[in-house]
Write a protein that binds this ligand. Structure first.
Ligand SMILES: Nc1ncnc2c1ncn2[C@@H]1O[C@H](COP(=O)(O)OP(=O)(O)OP(=O)(O)O)[C@@H](O)[C@H]1O
Ligand SMILES: [Mg+2]
Length: 398
């Protein structure tokens, strides 16, 4: 009998040959043990220990590449600390979250909410919100450790005035104290801050270095034991995920994602085990997703330039130059109703797309006619198809 889509669901429910618990590989999962971060954990512990007695720890600025365990470890240790005392309390905000930290108002309202005060989502004067937050802090009568994760994104959205205010809140508190922990994966972030904010935020600094391949293997192994059924992992799979992630920036999140996607691909193909070939496919898929996301995040004008370059390249034209892209770009603007920029600006946008690795452009000299760029599209067929679909959705490609 012909199998139907219902059988696919049924199979999925009854036999799960690959995963025992896929959640163990997800971003949300909090591992029970953390390896290879002893030094950083001791450093954090030393800094925040005074909070156990209700004293005020120094403010800390924590930085390091993406996926180096910053969020995991700071949340883990501060919670452990708070469990051992009734004199301290931890507040955590991920500043990348929309609607939580888009404005100073929203962030303060969120913090007040965590302390049990309800504030309307908008409408009050900011001073009023500060007042409520300070009252709520005072009512705690504790040392409050405030973790601002992805703090760079807060400053990008609201400026650093809020950090100035937060680092000076202590002046308004008598029964409570507040210390800040700022976390960022943008290493140059602190340099852009008002010097006063910078020096009070980084009374202490902790750096999280990238993991090497061996460390990533340990992290993966620990999770793989929970996530996969016995005997599913083929030889070299973990080593390959670790090596690929170490090559880039020692990113544990990427290593875990590779392993998870490799498992999903094997599962979808109804295979009984995962091989290193699945890891290769997983990497392709991750790269593809990344490039497509980058393109989607570009301003409309850049997307129009890219659409023009793609149109030219698909028409088979060789030696595509800035001027060629510009004339097709004019068409794209006309047909999609967007404002036209000058050729000079288009040349800049081409350079930006080049930096993002989406196209390749080589500056060539045309003697006394000046310089131009020769443009090639670098994308593989799968990525290109997805990008074209996205450009079509925004009416930039016909
Ligand atoms: N030492 C470790 N042991 C076990 N798991 C780890 C370790 N370090 C990181 N991980 C896991 O790797 C993933 C990424 O870690 P985390 O979110 O802490 O990175 P991050 O440094 O905060 O990155 P970002 O800057 O992008 O926010 C999480 O799933 C986390 O559980
Ligand atoms: Mg993080």
């Amino acid at each position: 009998m012909q199998r139907t889509w219902k059988d696919i669901f049924k199979d999925y429910n009854t036999q799960q040959p690959i995963f025992k618990n896929k959640d163990a590989l997800s971003d949300r999962y909090v591992p029970e043990t953390v390896c290879h971060r002893d030094e950083q954990m001791k450093h954090v512990a030393k800094i925040i220990a005074p909070a156990i007695k209700g004293d005020k720890p120094s403010n800390v600025f924590v930085y390091g590449n993406t996926g180096t365990g910053k969020s995991l470890i700071l949340v883990y240790i501060t919670n452990e600390m708070a469990r051992n005392t009734d004199k301290a309390r931890v507040l955590y905000v991920n500043c990348k979250m929309k609607r939580v930290s888009d404005t100073e108002y929203r962030l303060l309202a969120e913090l007040a909410r965590q302390l049990g005060r309800d504030l309307p989502a908008t409408g009050l004067p900011t001073v009023e919100v500060y007042k409520t937050f300070i009252e709520a802090l005072e009512a705690e009568g504790k040392t409050v450790i405030l973790i601002l994760d992805e703090i760079d994104s807060l400053v990008k959205k609201t400026g650093d005035g809020i950090l100035y205010n937060l680092t000076r809140l202590d002046q308004d508190l008598s029964k409570s104290k507040i210390s800040l922990i700022g976390i960022s994966n943008d290493t140059s972030f602190a340099d852009g801050l008002d010097p006063r904010v910078k020096s009070s935020l980084s009374e202490e600094e902790i750096i999280f270095p990238p993991y090497n391949a061996a460390q990533l293997q340990d992290i993966l192994l620990q999770r793989a034991l929970l996530a996969f059924n016995d005997g599913v992992l083929g030889e070299g799979v973990i080593a390959k995920c670790a090596a690929l992630a170490a090559q880039e920036h020692g990113d544990a999140r990427k290593a875990l994602a590779l392993l998870r996607i490799a498992g999903e691909l094997a599962e979808r193909e109804n295979l009984l085990g995962i091989t290193t070939a699945d890891v290769d496919s997983a990497e392709d898929k991750l790269d593809l997703d990344r490039v497509v996301e980058v393109v989607k995040a570009q301003p409309k004008q850049s997307q129009a330039v890219l659409a023009a370059a793609i149109r030219l390249s698909e028409s088979g034209q060789k030696n595509i130059q800035t001027g060629d892209v510009f004339s097709v770009y004019e068409d794209v603007c006309k047909s999609s109703g967007i404002k036209m920029l000058t050729q000079r600006r288009i040349s800049d946008l081409i350079a930006e797309l080049d930096m993002l690795g989406i196209i390749n452009s080589r500056v060539i000299s045309k003697g006394r006619y000046g310089r131009t760029r020769e443009i090639r599209i670098l994308l593989g067929k799968n990525v290109l198809d997805k990008i074209k679909a996205s450009l079509k959705d925004s009416y930039l490609l016909g």
